[in-house]
Design a protein around this ligand. Structure first.
Ligand SMILES: Cc1ncc(C[n+]2csc(CCOP(=O)(O)OP(=O)(O)O)c2C)c(N)n1
Ligand SMILES: [Mg+2]
Length: 342
């Protein structure tokens, strides 16, 4: 998202940072996008159930504030690397849902001409270097992109999204060390949703907070409530400022929760119904953001209804676009799959 800022007005002086920094219009646009992520995934899930989409998918419902908050201070030129749970990151960085649906449907109008599907969407024009089916796979790529930014003096900041499961991999540690010694403009965002498949973070990770690992690489480690948009956006804003100033990387741990199972085949046996219900009822990121917007006078019921209606229309149009788009010719299905062909 473009990172324009508004002058601080007296009436907003005591509000949290993002409500002083951004215009009412931008903040309402964030709510729109949070709904767009959620409805996109609900729509994709429904299409999957109806047999219109094949394979599997990993839904980030419940993690929308994390994706939107991190991307808030990024410009279109800044870059991200994403994960197997990357639909929210993709939309937050500016992707069009109609081309995402088309990709899911395996159509030529999709972001990867229908060859990639849910786990491989890349939107390089908008700075999304790609989702990645390899856990932790995007972390070294982000460091490479950060090195490129520094050497070419492009001024780009690179965000690497990854899950708690990735922070115990060698690639994570090597990448953080390298980014730190070279002071690269990279922001490592660990979306800690409490589980890597069925394994809880407590069982897999020796430290209590993943952000503590930043100390080993001499960079700031910041913990945020990943379900509170304003908190995530503020931390991201600071990390972006540090990166742009040439001071190097930051590790942000965004504590959040996925409402759905790990993937379509997950039966949720490792989590209690009460735990899931608690996060859905009391910690839902869209509900929390909506109530802050209402409380601070940025939106009312009518405004929220208008956003919900417009999002539903964009989703319906996106699904129709995907349905109406052509499938690749069977003779061309091998095209665009490899970077170089014999
Ligand atoms: C290198 C690698 N190891 C294992 C897997 C299988 N796998 C896919 S997702 C996943 C869990 C990832 O957990 P986390 O990083 O916490 O992300 P989350 O699914 O919670 O968003 C695993 C083990 C994989 N895709 N790649
Ligand atoms: Mg996880």
């Amino acid at each position: 998202m473009a990172g324009a800022s508004k002058a601080v007005t007296d009436s907003r002086a005591n509000l949290p940072f993002v409500y002083r920094q951004y215009s009412a219009e931008r903040l309402r646009e964030v709510l729109y996008k949070m709904y767009l992520i959620r409805r996109f995934e609900e729509g994709a899930e429904e299409c999957y159930t109806r047999g219109l989409i094949h394979g599997t998918m990993h839904l980030s419902i419940g993690q929308e504030a994390s994706a939107m908050g991190v991307c808030m201070p990024l410009s279109e030129d800044d870059q991200i690397t994403s994960t197997h749970r990357g639909h929210g990151h993709c939309i937050a960085k500016g992707a069009e849902v109609k081309r995402m649906f088309a990709e899911f449907f395996g159509k030529t109008s999709g972001y990867c001409k229908g060859r990639g599907g849910s786990m491989h969407i890349a939107d390089v024009a908008k700075g999304n270097l790609g989702a990645n089916g390899i856990v932790g796979g995007g972390i070294p790529i982000a460091v490479g992109a950060g090195l490129s930014s520094k050497m070419m003096k492009t001024g780009k900041v690179v965000v690497s999204f990854f899950g708690d499961g990735a922070n115990n991999e060698g690639a994570f540690h090597e990448a953080l060390n390298m980014a730190a010694i070279w002071k690269l403009p990279v922001i490592f965002v660990c979306e800690n949703n409490g589980y890597g498949m069925s394994t809880s973070t407590a069982r897999s990770t020796a430290v209590k907070n993943i952000a503590e690992r930043a100390a080993a690489y001499s960079m700031p480690g910041v913990i945020v409530d990943g379900n509170i948009f304003s908190e995530v956006a503020e931390a991201s804003h600071q990390a972006v400022a540090r990166a742009r100033a040439g001071e190097g990387p930051t590790l942000i741990e965004s504590k959040t929760y996925r409402h759905r199972g790990h993937s379509k085949s997950d039966r949720n046996r490792y989590r209690t119904k009460e735990e899931i219900e608690d996060w859905m009822s009391n910690r839902d990121p869209i509900t929390l953001f909506e109530s802050e917007l209402r409380e601070f006078g940025f939106i009312d019921d009518k405004g929220i209804e208008a956003i919900r209606g417009a999002v539903s229309q964009e989703i319906a149009d996106g699904i129709e676009f995907a349905k109406a788009s052509p499938s690749p010719d069977v003779r061309d299905t091998g095209d665009y799959v490899y970077t170089e062909q014999a």
